[in-house]
Design a protein. Sequence first.
Length: 647
Amino acid sequence: MKKTICSLSLIALLALQACTKILDTSPYNSVASNNMWTNSSLTNQGVAGIYAAMRGWGVYGAASYGLNVIPFECLGMTGEAYRSIPYLSGTAGSGDQLFSTMWRTLFEGVHRANDGIFNLSQPGGGGVDDETRTRLLAECKFLRAYYYMRLNELYGRYGTGVPLYTEPLASVQDATKTQSSEVEVWAQIVQDLTDCINEPNFPNRYKEKGRASKGAAYALRGRAYLMQGLKYNYNNTSGLVQSTTVDKALLQKAAEDFSKVQACGYDLFQGGYAQLFTEANESSVEMIFSVQNISKPGYGSRMQLMAGTRSAGDKTGSTGFSQYAASPAIVDLYEFKDGRAFNWDDVIPGYMSTAEAGRLVYFLRDKEANGQPIVSTAMNTLINNKLNPLATKDRYLPEGNVARLKAAWTNRDPRFYASLIVPYGDQYLGIDANMASQGNTTPIPYVYRWPVGATNQSVAAQTTMGISSPYDLRQDGTAEAEFAYRHRKFVMQGYGAEYINDNPIDEPVLRYAYVLLMWAEALAQSDDLAGAAQKVNLVRGRTSVQMPAYTFTNKEDAIDKIRNESRRELINEGVNFYEELRWGTLRQTKYSRYMGYNPAAHTCIGTQSNGNGTVKWSTTNDYSIFPVPSDEIERNPNLKKTPGWIY
């Protein structure tokens, strides 16, 4: 008897039949239930629908933030959200949209995968030849393992687990199970990935973009073993990890799996760190598994829209919003090129002991050069308006203020320049919407300066302020908009993007550098410090980075350096939140004063058009675990409420 699952929502599909990225515009539930899995075309559409559940995860909701990476970058140490998010401000309860959206979306993926697994498990299933059937079956099992891994690490921590469904359901009303234990869920994840690895027709590495592979299964199973083999025992009362439980046998399994990934055809990309995150190299040897995007409305990434500035745009002249930024702490974490840790006080003595509002003085543009004015009268007035309220205004250098600040951006880790736009740093090649509307699509060079002199900051408006090329990088909102570090990674330059809301660059979920860093963690916690250093140094030493090699003096030193390397390497990839949560460090690095910065601190005191809100750990709920959403508890009374949460 054939079973089918009713889709819980309409989601656009990623089709997988060709070597190029093609998106199927037929929703998963547009096919009659008695027809799905009856021929090659519909079977491919069904599998595509399982992949498609990776899309559409949101913090603010689908109308503003979407897809896999973007919202979770805001929640981690490496990112900052533009507007207040309840989970960050300490006001999110068990009924918050973040928790319910994640729960439904991930279980949507599970149920779709179960449908595919059931219908492809029997010879002749899916109306395809046996080689294709078993290959697609392995893809379905990989995806079920992926969705359950996210569910278990978010909602199933501390042994609580999540409901374990391995058979398709006729309708959502049949989802009435209680939670299986965390251990049971991990066992199912490992079993699914083992089946993938043991399937002869599952390729080591696909030539097609975006498909799961045996190399991806090894990487994901290694992560599953790592998460079981390392328990960072976090105490929500103290806000600290009290102890670490290490299972060396499981860590050995993790290391063995990570060691198999390279043999499947994956490796570090040596063509340049910045070039790795471009459309041209999204299927390079380093990209193991990614969310697929194309330049078509509804089928691309919102990275260009949300992480870019108002100077980032598309061929229509539409511009970005600057809806999230890089945190000051991650900017400071990038070392000097010789391996020395960055310290503001080495560049500007007394910087960190200066009140944050007073640091504004260091970020203002120069007024003079060679003793002569270089700004218009209007700009001079704007600068003076910033200076006059400051207790530190005597530290302003009319000639040399910029040079003093730029010393902070000199001779840093090459990934710093590839990942970030900083004040008075490297130029960003963007667009001008007014010029584009008149048919002029010549890319415009911008430099990030402050203050800016015109409300809309167009090239024409800046020219009236006496500003010439390179022009002032446009910020979000008005001339007094948020003054924060900006992401460069994944943000296309010039008119390279056809649609600002649909960036075609894929978003990596697993890439080989990430595997090496997880591998290093497993080795370090198994007391193999030399082996751990060797893995980290592969990441640091590749052609386009060439940072000095690390040596680890002890386990604590190793873990600190591995985590910091992960933060630098994987910025703006949506990875950091999951890792900080797993390490038990999220409260320390996101919600507490960290590296000298208050939560939600910005580069300086520049105001925002709509405010950033507060960042505060909840005093009533345990934010180290996501709660089973209250509406799911109401719908399914067999579910247990998450300990530490008020319902």
